[in-house]
Design a protein around this ligand. Structure first.
Ligand SMILES: [Zn+2]
Length: 876
C-alpha cells in the first residue's frame, strides 16, 4: 500500500461561528452531532450533508447557558445522545426519526447533575449493558449513574417536581476556572438563579441526581480528560480470565464492562464495572487495580483491542498492551503540541494535534493539515454504503475556526479491508466455538494463526503488535474452546507474553499434563524465494504452506484441537495446561522467570510435559524424539581505541583487532577440528548399547538425508561441536581499510553430560588467557547471547510407551526413537520448574523447511497428530 498516493479525500466541510469541541456519529441513523463552544449541538444529516437542527442548551429563560459542549457520546442502539461540558450537567437526548423522511427529532429526556461541584465534565461514556453513564471531571472525580432508564421510570412515576433550581449552576458559583484541553472559558457568572421558573423545562425532561456514593473522589491526580470503553465481549479476560461459557458460577444477568480513564496525572487506569443483583435490585460496583504510567498528561485515548493508544501532551502517542499492561511502543508526531484527539481504525492511528493530523501505519508516518485552524476533535466511523458490501471508513474533524470536515478514508484502507480477515475476527471472539478434529475446523484456526507476523527477532513495532495480537487471539480462542482459565502472563523484560490456559479433566485421580508450544516465528528471509505469501496459509498437494506451519503453529493447532475436542465432548480425563510462549526463536528470554513467578497460577503439580517442536528424520517414518543438544551462542569482539585506519598509512605500525581476534579464535580448535576449550570432552561418556542399537535401526530403516552414516548420526546427536557462524568488521569494508573493531559469533552445541555453566566459564577463561598472551593494547569483550541446556528424555517411560503404541496403531508402523542436534531452551526450563519429565513427539517430515523458505507441513501428519494426542492424553 502506498499511503502518499491515497490521502483522505474531503467529502464535505461545514462552517460554524464557534469552535467545534466534540463530535459523535450515528451511522445507522445517518446523523452527525457536533458540540460547540457556544453551547449548541448541531445536527447534520449524512445523506444530504444538511445542517438540520441547531439545539441551544438550557431553557430560553436561562441566561447562564454560555457553556461549551465538551463531550458527546451515544448508546449503541443510537436511541440516545449524551452531551456534557462546562455547565457540569449531562443531558440525555432521545433521537428519533430519519433524515431520509425529514422526521428527525431530538428531545431532551433528562438532565443529570451532581450535588458536589465537579467543575467541567471533560469526558463521558455510556456502558450499554449496565445502562450506566460515566463522567470524567475537572475536579479529578469519576462519577457514574447506573440503571439510568430504571431511575427515569421511577422518577416519572413519583411525579416529583423537577425543580431545576437544584441544578448546580443555579446553586453555587463555579469554583473552577476551566481552561481544559479545549481551551474553553468559564461560563459567565453574572446571573445566577435570577429567574426561579419551575415549569419551563420541556415537559418530559426529568432531573436525575448522581448519588454521592457513586462519586469517586480523586480517581486521578488531575483533570480527567479521557474515558475509553473496552469492547464488552472481550472483558472476560479481565475477570481473571474465567470462561463465560463453562463457569457454573456465572450469572446470566450479571454484566461486566471495563473502561480506561486518563488525564492530567499521566496515568491510564482500568476500571471494572459490574452489576450486582440483591434485594434492592441491580446495582453497579466498580473496582480499579491496573494502572499504566504515560509520564506525560493524557489528553486522548483510543482502544483497538488489545491495544490502548494514548495521545499525550508534548506530541507523543504511547501504545500499551491491555492484557499485560506493558508499554509496547512510543510514536512521535514530530510536533510538540498536545495530542488532543486520537482515532484508531485497523491499526491505522490518526493523532490530532494543533498542526493537523499525523497518520501512523506500519512504520510509516504521514502528516496532513486539514486547514481548520487548531484541531480540537476527531472521530472515525463507518458510513453505511447503499450498494456494495463494505462500509466506507470516514473521519470527522472539528477545528477552532468553527469548521467540521468529513473525510473519506476508503483509499487508505482499500487493500487492508479486502485482504484482511480482521473484521470477521472481532466478531467471532465472543462466542463458544466448537473445536472439531476435522481438517476444516483446524484449518480455520491455523489460517488465523499464520496471518499474524509474529517474528520475534528484531524490534519492529508492527511485528511486536502482531505478536501481542496473536497472543490475544490464542487467549480468546482458548476461552471460546472452553478453557477454565486463559490469560496472558507478562514477560518481565517486556517481551511477548506467554499464553496460559487450563482445561479441566473430569477424571478422579487425574494427571496434569503441560503442553509447551510457541507462537513466534523466524523471519521469512528473502521473500523472492517463497512461491506463496508466507503469512497466508496455502494448501497445495496435500501440504500446508506458510511461515510457522511446521515450527510451531501447526503442531500447536493439533494439540489445541485435540484437547478442546475431548473437553467439549466431556471426554477429557486429565487436566491439560497450555503454556505458549512468543520468544522461543530468540532463546526464550524471560520464560524461566515466568515459570517461576506464575508457578501457582500454572499449578505446581505437573506430571508430564509435552511438546512437538521437531520433525521426523525422513518423509516416511514417524518418530519420537528423546534427546536434544544444548547450545551456547556467544559473540567475541576485539577493538582498539583508534579509529578505522588505512593499510598504506598505518599498516604494520599497530596490532590490528582483526589479527588478535583471528589469533585467539584459531586456538579454539586444532587442525582436526578437535575443540581445545579445557575440559570440553572430559565429562563425555561412551554411547550406551541401547542408544547405539536405536541408531543402527534408524540408519537401516529411515531414508536419511545424504545417506547419513551411523557415525555421522552419532556425531550430530551425541557429540558436542563448535561452529563459527558470523564475522563482522567495522568500517566501509574497503580492502585497504583496517577495521577498528572485529567480532566473531560462536555457536557451541552441548550434549547431556556437559554443563552449560562449566563450558561457558571454561570458554571465557580460555579466550581471556589466550588474549592476555598477545602483545596487544586492544580490548577483548565476550558476550553470551543466549544458551540452552541439553536434554535427554527417558524413552522407556510410561508416556513414551503410550505414544509408541498410539503412533503404531495410527500410522501402521512403530515409531523410530531419535535424538536431534538442535536445541529448545524451554524444555529443560520446564523440567526443572515443574519437576516433571518432558516428552517430544515430532509432527512433520524432514522436508518441512522450518526456518527456511516455503516452510510446509503435510496435512496427513498434522491431522494424525491430533488423533494420536486425543488418545494419548486420556491414557496418562
Ligand atoms: Zn524454530
Amino acid at each position: 500500500m502506498s499511503m502518499s498516493s491515497s490521502m483522505p479525500e474531503l467529502i464535505h466541510r461545514w462552517n460554524h461561528t464557534f469552535s467545534i469541541l466534540s463530535i459523535v456519529s450515528f451511522p445507522n441513523k445517518k446523523l452527525l452531532f457536533a458540540g460547540t463552544q457556544d453551547s449548541k449541538i448541531l445536527v447534520f444529516d449524512l445523506p444530504n450533508y444538511n445542517l438540520i437542527k441547531t439545539i441551544k442548551l438550557g431553557s430560553s429563560l436561562e441566561t447562564n447557558t454560555r457553556s461549551s459542549v465538551l463531550c458527546l457520546t451515544r448508546s449503541d442502539d443510537e436511541k440516545y445522545l449524551f452531551s456534557a461540558g462546562a455547565d457540569s450537567l449531562v443531558r440525555i437526548w432521545s433521537i428519533n426519526g430519519s433524515p431520509l423522511e425529514n422526521t428527525v427529532s431530538v428531545e431532551e429526556v433528562a438532565t443529570v447533575y451532581s450535588v458536589t461541584d465537579i467543575g467541567d465534565i471533560f469526558s463521558i461514556i455510556y456502558l450499554n449493558s449496565l445502562q450506566t453513564l460515566v463522567l470524567g471531571c475537572q475536579n479529578a472525580s469519576l462519577l457514574y449513574l447506573d440503571n439510568i432508564f430504571e431511575r427515569l421510570k421511577c422518577k416519572l412515576k413519583s411525579k416529583e417536581d423537577n425543580n431545576e433550581n437544584r441544578l448546580p449552576h443555579r446553586r453555587y458559583d463555579k469554583f473552577f476556572d476551566s481552561l481544559g484541553p479545549m481551551g474553553s472559558t468559564t461560563p459567565s457568572q453574572e446571573s445566577l438563579a435570577t429567574t426561579p421558573e419551575i415549569k419551563t423545562f420541556q415537559k418530559n425532561n426529568t432531573i436525575l441526581e448522581i448519588p454521592s456514593e457513586n462519586i469517586i473522589k480523586y480517581a486521578h491526580n488531575g483533570f480527567i480528560y479521557s474515558l475509553c470503553k473496552m469492547c464488552t465481549s472481550l472483558n472476560c479476560q479481565f475477570d481473571h480470565g474465567r470462561s463465560p461459557v463453562r463457569d457454573g458460577t456465572q450469572n446470566k444477568n450479571k454484566f461486566t464492562e471495563c473502561i480506561v480513564s486518563a488525564g492530567g496525572d499521566g496515568i491510564s487506569k482500568i476500571w471494572k464495572f459490574e452489576s450486582i443483583t440483591d434485594k434492592n435490585g441491580t446495582k453497579v460496583t466498580i473496582t480499579n487495580n491496573d494502572e499504566m504510567d504515560n509520564d506525560d498528561s493524557v489528553l486522548s485515548q483510543a482502544i483497538e483491542f488489545p491495544f490502548l493508544y494514548c495521545g499525550l501532551s508534548g506530541g507523543l502517542v504511547k501504545i500499551w498492551d491491555l492484557n499485560t499492561k506493558q508499554l509496547v511502543s512510543t510514536l512521535d508526531t514530530g510536533d510538540k503540541s498536545d495530542v488532543i484527539s486520537i482515532s484508531v481504525y485497523m491499526d491505522h492511528i490518526f493523532a490530532v494535534n494543533a498542526s493537523g493530523i499525523t497518520l501512523f501505519y506500519q512504520n510509516q508516518i504521514h502528516h496532513w493539515d486539514p486547514n481548520q485552524g487548531k484541531m480540537l476533535s476527531s472521530e472515525i466511523f463507518e458510513r453505511k454504503s447503499k450498494i456494495g458490501i463494505h462500509n466506507s471508513p470516514s473521519l470527522l474533524t472539528g477545528g477552532n475556526d468553527g469548521s467540521l470536515t468529513l473525510w473519506d478514508l476508503s483509499h487508505i484502507f482499500q487493500n487492508t479491508i479486502l485482504s484482511s480477515s480482521k473484521m470477521e475476527r472481532s466478531n467471532s471472539w465472543a462466542t463458544y466455538q466448537p473445536a472439531g478434529l476435522n481438517s476444516e475446523e483446524m484449518l480455520s484456526t491455523l489460517r488465523e494463526l499464520i496471518s499474524y507476523e509474529t517474528v520475534s527477532q528484531g524490534y519492529d513495532t508492527q511485528q511486536q503488535l502482531a505478536s501481542r495480537r496473536c497472543a490475544t487471539y490464542l487467549q480468546q480462542l482458548l476461552i471460546n474452546f472452553g478453557a477454565s482459565v486463559s490469560q496472558l502472563l507478562p514477560v518481565m523484560s517486556g517481551g511477548n507474553p506467554v499464553v496460559f490456559a487450563r482445561f479441566n479433566g473430569n477424571g478422579k485421580n487425574k494427571k496434569r499434563i503441560l503442553w509447551y508450544g510457541h507462537y513466534d516465528v523466524i523471519p521469512v528471509g528473502d521473500p523472492e524465494r517463497w512461491t506463496t505469501d508466507p503469512f497466508v496459509l496455502t494448501c497445495e498437494n496435500g501440504y500446508l504452506k506458510g511461515r510457522g506451519v511446521s515450527d510451531n503453529k501447526g503442531p500447536l493447532v493439533s494439540a489445541l484441537h485435540s484437547v478442546a475436542n475431548l473437553f467439549q465432548n466431556d471426554e477429557l480425563i486429565n487436566d491439560v495446561v497450555f503454556l505458549i510462549e512468543g520468544s522461543e526463536e530468540i532463546g526464550s528470554p524471560g520464560f524461566a522467570e515466568v515459570c517461576q513467578k506464575y508457578k501457582e497460577v500454572i499449578g505446581d503439580k505437573i506430571d508430564w510435559i509435552f511438546l512437538s517442536n521437531s520433525t521426523w528424520v525422513d518423509e516416511e517414518h514417524p518418530c519420537l524424539n528423546y534427546g536434544l543438544r544444548g547450545v551456547i551462542n556467544a559473540q567475541v569482539r576485539v577493538w582498539s581505541d583508534q579509529p578505522d585506519r588505512h593499510s598504506g598509512v598505518n599498516g604494520g605500525v599497530f596490532r590490528e583487532p582483526t589479527t588478535d581476534l583471528i589469533n585467539i579464535i584459531s586456538k579454539l580448535q586444532n587442525d582436526e577440528g578437535h575443540v581445545h576449550i579445557p575440559n570440553f570432552y572430559s565429562p563425555l561418556k561412551p554411547l550406551c548399547d541401547i542408544d547405539y542399537g536405536r541408531f543402527v535401526e534408524i540408519t537401516k530403516t529411515a531414508n536419511l538425508d545424504e545417506n547419513k552414516t551411523i557415525d555421522e548420526l552419532i556425531t550430530n546427536w551425541t557429540k558436542p561441536s563448535l561452529s563459527i557462524t558470523t564475522m563482522k568488521m567495522s568500517g566501509p569494508g574497503n580492502i585497504t581499510v583496517i577495521p577498528k573493531s572485529a567480532s566473531i559469533g560462536l555457536s557451541i552445541r552441548l550434549v547431556p553430560e556437559q554443563s552449560v555453566d562449566d563450558v561457558k566459564k571454561d570458554l571465557i577463561n580460555y579466550l581471556k588467557e589466550s588474549f592476555a598472551k598477545l602483545p596487544t593494547k586492544n580490548q577483548l569483550e565476550i558476550t553470551i547471547l543466549n544458551e540452552a541446556e541439553p536434554w535427554l528424555g527417558d524413552p522407556t517411560n510410561h508416556a513414551y510407551q503410550i505414544l509408541k503404541q498410539e503412533i503404531a496403531s495410527t500410522w501402521g508402523m512403530e515409531p523410530l526413537f531419535v535424538r536431534e542436534g538442535g536445541s529448545i531452551p524451554g524444555i529443560r526450563t520446564l523440567e526443572r520448574a515443574f519437576q516433571a519429565p518432558a516428552v517430544q513427539i515430532p509432527c512433520g517430515q524432514s522436508t518441512d523447511n522450518a526456518h527456511l523458505n516455503n516452510e510446509n507441513l503435510r496435512i496427513k501428519n498434522w491431522t494424525k497428530m491430533a488423533e494420536i494426542l486425543s488418545k494419548v492424553f486420556n491414557q496418562l
